[in-house]
Design a protein around this ligand. Structure first.
Ligand code: FSX
Ligand code: F3S
Length: 313
């Protein structure tokens, strides 16, 4: 295929044609499209018409951004900052303090009704949101001001989708997912952390077909959350249900997409699924380890704790 000027610029930065097309091929596969779509996705991701993206951070651990930053080859600064037109990202941008807040408001003012807003983190709503503030404003106030102006709001991570660990009991800050807190409909790319390919694929779907992907009843793209982890898992160590695996009540494409450039995923690495893409995670799935897990762990690793299970004296 021929490469556009934008793509040629990327290639000049040391990104090989092969690795860029491979990346686009991964997105095509995640969307359930044939490999022939890789070229069209490459075009779409580098098109001058791609929408501006404003990326907000609220109450979270920033693991969602970390997953996004660490897991792509070509790397995020080589590809994603150029391709998805990231106009504001609190972790990545150079500006800080008042300048950062000004940049955010400017990006929103420049593209009213046009920008895609990606939100990481839950929103503290207790006592009118006072438990989470940025630059003297509550996260709740910032979200209420900015989100209604977006063309679409993507909640990236389980905290922004459903509350997640930030809303775990006793939840003293009254943290809620973005849709619950603000009343704006969100596309939920859940996971703690989520897979960044699912985010880029959602945006690529929008660029390719001028529409967002079909969603499940919880607002999650069906291409990624349309089946249970258990059903896609190849069970490399046999089914881990008796150890506490939640793959039978957790929806996601972790077994097929995998993390870190498709290198591995929880179960392949020897740990069972703990249900991180689902509403109610954390409390609904805790404790994450069954008594059978503890028994087996201490049987296999008897040298730890001299063979005694936790609680034994
Ligand atoms: Fe939550 Fe993300 Fe888990 Fe962390 O932004 S989904 S705690 S990986 O960082 O929000
Ligand atoms: Fe989360 Fe389970 Fe996938 S813990 S990362 S949904 S395998």
């Amino acid at each position: 295929m021929e490469f556009s000027e934008k793509q040629t610029n990327l290639l000049n930065k040391g990104i090989s044609r092969r690795s860029f097309l491979k990346y686009c091929g991964t997105i095509a596969a995640a969307l359930g499209l044939g490999p022939s779509y890789a070229g069209r996705i490459a075009e779409a991701l580098t098109s001058p018409e791609r929408p501006p993206v404003v990326w907000l951070h609220f109450a979270e651990c920033t693991g969602c951004s970390e997953a996004f930053l660490r897991s792509t080859r070509p790397s995020v600064e080589q590809i994603l900052l150029d391709t998805i037109s990231l106009d504001y990202h609190e972790t990545l941008m150079v500006a800080a303090g008042a300048q950062a807040e000004t940049n955010r408001d400017q990006a929103v003012a420049d593209f009213p009704g046009e920008f895609i807003c990606v939100v990481e983190g839950a929103i503290p709503t207790g006592q009118n949101g006072v438990f989470g503030t940025i630059g003297g404003r509550t996260m709740l106030d910032i979200a209420q001001t900015i989100l209604p102006k977006a063309k679409a709001v993507i909640a990236y991570g389980t905290c922004s989708s459903f509350g997640g660990v930030t809303a775990a009991a006793p939840n003293p800050t009254g943290a809620k997912g973005v849709q619950d807190a603000v009343g704006v409909k969100t596309i939920n790319i859940s996971g703690c952390p989520p897979n960044p390919i699912n985010l880029v694929s959602t945006i690529a779907n929008y660029l390719l077909f001028n529409t967002l992907p079909e969603l499940d009843p919880l607002g999650r793209p069906k291409f990624a959350y349309g089946s249970k982890v258990h059903d896609r898992c190849n069970k490399p160590y046999g089914c881990l249900e008796d150890l506490g695996c939640e793959g039978k009540r957790t929806y996601g494409n972790c077994p097929t997409l995998r993390f870190n450039d498709g290198t591995s995923w929880d179960v392949q690495a020897g740990h069972h699924c703990i249900g991180c893409t689902e509403p109610g995670f954390w409390d609904r799935f805790a404790p994450f380890y069954s008594s059978e897990f503890v028994r087996k762990f201490y049987a296999d690793y008897a040298f730890i704790g001299e063979g005694k299970a936790a609680g034994d004296d």
